[in-house]
Design a protein around this ligand. Structure first.
Ligand SMILES: O=C(O)CCC(=O)C(=O)O
Length: 312
């Protein structure tokens, strides 16, 4: 009897989940094609930013390859901002090391991704006092994301990550495995390395041409709530190793990437990999697939319209 009831409950649960997934997909498509994103595209096209040569190059590389790499100081020659971010990262690293050496109680980790300690995680209050957030909300970054997405985007997620070194024989889990991000069919992430990252430290890796209309876009193509983590064995059969870009790079490297394309990283077996990250996605994503990681507590009136749109 108990067995029958349990099986019945499992079936009900399965049907409910399937219906819910269908509902989420329909909501995403409706907001992408008609509701949220249409307005957001109109807002962007009515006030298109002028990109300088460097921003133009980043955009072009995002379009053709799905990524662009540069030194943070190329985009932000302001020494003060770089120093503030370094100081912020230094504090985060020191606190994380102390936490890892102690009872680990105060460390921010998410279930299933315990190998990454986060500065903020979700539900944090942020303002322009936060140096990395200041960079992410700057028009230097936002105009690139908005132009690539062809709409006023939402700054959905921002954080610093400390990837804790794992045992040599550790299996890849979660985002250490090849996947497409579930967030949106087209999105912009940026990663700022806050430590030199070598081959042993789980460098970010990407398959150029796996986003947009690239040659690998049709390999397990992006779909809302789609098959984002294919079998890694099948992945290796369909995506030759020669086509993978591995980002071993010095501290201060900034990587822009459309992570709707295939990527992985973060399995360090030697030193902690420390980076800052940000995600810009469409309003449709925020309505249906994702959750903003922070609450903006600064003065909204002091922000220009695209920035205010991005943080609210
Ligand atoms: O940690 C990495 O290098 C991969 C990150 C990732 O998969 C993501 O941000 O979606």
């Amino acid at each position: 009897m108990h067995r029958t009831k349990t099986r019945f409950a499992a079936r009900v649960n399965h049907v409910a989940t399937a219906l819910e997934r269908r509902g989420v997909r329909a909501t995403y498509r409706l907001h992408d094609r008609v509701l949220s994103n249409r307005r957001s595209r109109r807002l962007f096209r009515g006030d298109r930013p002028e990109l300088d040569d460097l921003q133009g190059r980043i955009l072009q590389e995002l379009e053709t390859e799905g990524y662009s790499v540069l030194a943070f100081t190329e985009l932000f020659p302001d020494v003060g901002l770089r120093e503030d971010i370094e100081e912020q990262s230094g504090r985060f690293v020191a606190e994380t090391k102390a936490g890892l050496a102690g009872d680990r109680g105060g460390l921010r980790v998410r279930a299933g991704k315990e190998f990454v300690v986060r500065l903020h995680s979700y539900g944090v209050e942020l303002s322009l006092e936060d140096p990395w957030f200041r960079a992410c909300t700057s028009r230097r970054m936002l105009d690139i994301a908005n132009t690539y997405l062809d709409l006023w985007s939402k700054l959905e997620y921002t954080d610093m990550w400390y990837s804790v070194p794992q045992a040599e024989e550790a299996e890849r889990v979660a985002s250490q495995r090849w996947h497409r991000d579930f967030n949106d069919r087209r999105l912009v992430k940026a990663f700022l390395y806050l430590a030199d990252v070598d081959e042993s430290m789980g460098p970010f890796e990407y398959v150029p041409g796996s986003a947009g209309k690239g040659p690998y876009a049709s390999v397990w193509p992006w779909k809302p709530l789609g098959d984002n983590y294919p079998s890694q064995e099948e992945f290796a059969e369909r995506v030759p190793e020669a086509s993978i870009k591995t980002f071993t790079a010095p501290k201060g490297t900034l990587i822009f990437c459309d992570t709707a394309g295939f990527h992985r990283g973060g399995l360090s077996t030697t030193h902690p990999r420390v980076l800052a990250t940000v995600t810009y996605s469409s309003p449709a994503s925020l309505v249906s697939l994702t959750e903003r990681s922070y609450h903006f507590t600064g003065a909204l009136a002091s922000l220009d319209s695209p920035t205010r749109f991005a943080v609210t």
